[in-house]
Design a protein around this ligand. Structure first.
Ligand code: ZN
Length: 415
């Protein structure tokens, strides 16, 4: 029964996978909310919430002094220079498009197809391959990789990848686009951020062959897919009732990464080196310029956020010379931010006074934490002026909960 359902799911493809499992996602979520043990675990796990930890304070940039003969930020002290990057400006000048060999298949130029990746950690007879969408352009160019749902409950990225990829025409594309819309398929089916062993996959890259389940899955994805990428966009959402303005997290001290961010129209870009174990961090260490794209909140499909993500990826494809867009509108530049999370000082119920994307000034009240028993109202104020690039939705919070992510416009390094 289960097996038949799974087979059907796989055959029916991504769209119905998404629709079918949304029900499962909701059901699983409802189940979790009722379970007090689970609740405790969730609260404990807030401590290692990527959305917060990744950019709790964006670190100062190490831009070289003007006139110093330090050639490039990538040589900054403390960074092991990765062995000669596979992928800086133009990966290798390919005269003609060639077949792409990936996951045991060979995809001819001008073709798109669906491959499958199996991390080989399941019971062989029940193993459920993870779909990988591949478009090999008729013309030569770089390999762009898109990954979604590394956290299984983050749905916006799945739809961003579907729309972006199904809009591309293989005979007009220069280069290849490789998309893994649902990296954490077991998590996706349970409506969970985590793997079945309750580990956060985005803490285990590049992984290893003899470690935990998460290490093995990470290693398999990294070796069989990610190493084929010349650039990577890993798409996430805010976690656990936090929402993010569409934005990139990028290590702006790395000149190849900084260059990559310039392709994203109208995106907010927050500087963050990321921490060890994150997919983008591991990929950058391996010489693959990578960014995390954050859009909206988990367990939801948000049209506005999805559109912003698709537009931005389309502009990247254009700026990388992979497609040519007919129309460009608006202010086609990314905006760079330094940022800081403001935390609740008291526990209670959070009520926000501002909305995502609002501009705020120093000292402005962003929201209140209301004590439901004593009726005390504790205001939360902005410590600096800027824009709300991420925030918690109204909910019960405890002291220390990261509530508002305030971004201050920053200089673009190297400009
Ligand atoms: Zn995530």
């Amino acid at each position: 029964m289960l097996y038949r359902w799974l087979t059907h799911l796989y055959r029916a493809g991504l769209i119905s996978t998404l629709c079918g499992s949304l029900v499962a996602v909701q059901a699983a979520y409802a189940e979790q909310s009722g379970d007090s043990d689970n609740q405790e675990v969730l609260v404990a796990e807030l401590a290692e919430d990527e959305s917060v930890e990744d950019v709790e304070h964006s670190e100062p940039l190490q831009s070289p002094e003007p006139g110093s003969d330090e050639p490039d930020a990538i040589d900054a002290p403390g960074k092991d220079a990765p062995e000669e990057s596979v992928s800086s400006e133009q990966p290798e000048k390919k005269e003609e498009a060639t077949s792409l060999k990936l996951l045991g298949a060979e995809v001819a130029p001008g073709k798109s197809t669906r491959l499958s990746w199996s991390p080989a950690i399941q019971i062989a007879g029940l193993s459920q391959p993870t779909p990988v969408l591949v478009i090999n352009g008729a013309k030569p160019g770089p390999n762009l990789c898109l990954t979604g749902a590394v956290h299984g409950d983050e749905l916006n990225g799945i739809e961003i990848i579907r729309r972006t990829m199904y809009d591309l025409e293989p005979d007009k594309l220069s280069g290849r686009v490789i998309g893994v819309p649902i990296v954490n398929l077991p998590g996706f089916q349970r409506g969970s951020r985590y793997l079945p062993d309750r580990r956060d996959l985005n803490r285990h890259f590049p992984g290893s062959t003899d470690g935990s389940l998460a290490d093995r899955i990470a290693h398999s994805l990294f070796e069989s897919v990610i190493r084929h990428c010349d650039m990577l966009v890993d798409i996430h959402t805010g976690s656990l009732k936090r929402t993010n303005l569409p934005q990139l997290r990028a290590d702006m001290n790395n000149s190849d990464v900084a260059r990559l961010t310039r392709g994203f129209d109208r995106m907010a870009v927050v500087h963050s080196t990321g921490s060890a174990g994150m997919l983008r961090h591991a990929a950058v260490e391996a010489g693959i310029p990578s960014v995390t794209m954050e859009a909206g909140e988990s367990l939801r499909i948000q049209e506005h956020q999805i559109r912003a993500g698709v537009n931005s990826l389309t502009s990247l494809l254009d700026k990388e010379g992979m497609i040519s867009r007919m129309f460009v509108w608006g202010d086609p530049e990314p905006v760079y931010y330094d940022s800081e999370w403001v935390r609740a000082e008291q526990g209670g119920i959070l009520f926000s006074e501002i909305k995502l994307g609002d501009k705020v000034s120093e000292g402005e009240i962003l929201g209140y934490v209301s004590d439901p028993i004593t009726n005390e109202q504790h205001p939360i104020r902005a410590r600096s002026g800027g824009r709300i690039i991420g925030m918690a939705v109204d909910q019960v919070v405890m002291a220390g909960f990261a509530t508002y992510h305030v971004g201050t416009e920053a200089e673009v390094p190297g400009e």
